[in-house]
Design a protein around this ligand. Structure first.
Ligand code: AMP
Ligand code: MG
Length: 355
């Protein structure tokens, strides 16, 4: 663990301000830290090839040093500078999904310092599609190592305000690009083995990957909460995304009424005991909860309406001071796998099934 600094004068600028992007580029070239918007979540950027610079990311986030960083690029040529070998399937995925929310894991070349890869022989690479991210990578001329711009363990930031909450005083600059589009982190695919393997589910689903490259497997450790399985993406083993209150997911196949009744009875019980509660609800069910804090996360069958709001809502639970939080299972949509992966972590895998 690194010592945290908290005395920098963090400049907050607009993504539309060309002069500010020029200053951000200078900061990155000089080894400083700049938070910027991407289409997934806000990233906390530093020069990926400068290990002193990437060490500052770990310090600012309080991130465990064995948790490697994703390197952001703006031109596929960069992949050949960073990676030792680039398999055909990686090229196919890059062509299909870049720029976009897909990260590929490849064997690294020596120019990528251990400080960026957490000591691994592999490197994670992504080309983001957000125009501010693109501009920053191109104008700075550096490959930008960037994890999510939150304090380690908190929900990832989907608004500049979230970055300010966590990083003000710890980094040199925050570029405000408004709300991000997708709201959950990129899909990570490991291409160093025989069969491509999803290490973290995201907006690009397994089905979308299989349409391009055929068979894809999924790291078992991310779908089964078995403490004996070690996730291949080191970051997936840490508690994440969790508000301070206790989150419980209430699930009942397709029967919304049973879920609503169960959540209402849990709320009545906790309220009677003097606790502050919140509900994470889909839009159609929201009117039926008897709770002071019903947080509408999106439409049950439209994944992006949920992924775009989930982290902001988990943060809101802290602002409200909710001590017990009950969430519907948010799995009845095309992003159900990726969304439930985050929600289950926020809930510490606490699930009540009502049938
Ligand atoms: P973040 O950018 O904060 O969402 O975190 C990056 C994620 O990518 C973490 O879960 C890391 O463990 C994962 N990651 C980065 N580099 C590698 C790598 N070389 N091999 C496996 N996972 C990686
Ligand atoms: Mg993160």
């Amino acid at each position: 663990m690194y010592t945290q600094i908290n005395n920098l004068n963090t400049e907050i600028v607009s993504g539309d301000d060309a002069l500010a992007i020029a200053r951000a580029s200078d900061i990155l070239r000089q080894g400083g830290l700049v938070a910027f918007p991407t289409e997934t979540v806000y990233g906390l950027g530093a020069d990926a090839l400068n290990s002193d610079a990437s060490a500052k990311i770990y310090a600012a986030k309080g991130r465990p040093s064995d948790n490697p960083l994703i390197v952001h690029i703006a031109d596929t040529k960069a992949v050949y500078e960073l990676a030792e070998s680039v398999p055909e399937k990686a090229v196919m995925l890059m062509e299909a999904f870049w720029p976009g929310p897909l990260t590929v894991i490849l064997n690294k070349k020596n120019i990528v310092p251990d400080g960026t890869t957490g000591g691994l022989d592999t490197v994670a690479i992504r080309m983001p599609s957000h125009p501010v991210a693109m501009k920053l990578i191109k104008e700075s001329g550096v490959y930008i190592a960037a994890p999510s711009a939150n304090t380690s363990g908190r929900p990832s930031p989907t608004l500049a305000e979230h970055v300010i909450e966590d990083m003000n005083g710890r980094i040199d600059m925050i570029i405000d690009g408004g709300a991000v589009g997708i709201g959950i982190e990129s899909t990570i695919v490991d291409l160093t083995g025989e069969i491509p393997t999803i290490l973290r589910p995201g907006y690009i689903t397994g089905k979308m990957l299989e349409e391009i490259i055929g068979d894809v497997s999924i790291d078992r450790a991310i779908i089964e909460p078995d403490p004996n399985l070690r996730p291949k993406a080191p970051g997936m083993k840490y508690t994440h995304y969790a508000p301070k209150g206790e989150v419980t997911i209430v699930e009942s196949g397709q029967n919304d009424k049973k879920v609503i009744d169960k959540i209402n009875s849990l709320i009545a019980e906790k309220t009677a005991q003097g606790f502050k509660t919140a509900v994470i609800a889909t839009k159609n069910n929201a009117p039926y909860y008897n709770c002071d804090n019903v947080l509408i996360v999106g439409e049950a069958d439209k994944g992006v309406t949920i992924s775009a709001n989930l982290y902001a809502i988990l943060r809101k639970c802290d602002t409200i001071g909710a001590e017990y939080i009950y969430s519907e299972a948010l799995n009845q949509n095309e992003l159900g796998g990726a969304i439930m992966n985050r929600l289950l972590k926020a809930a510490g895998h606490r699930v009540i099934k009502v049938h």
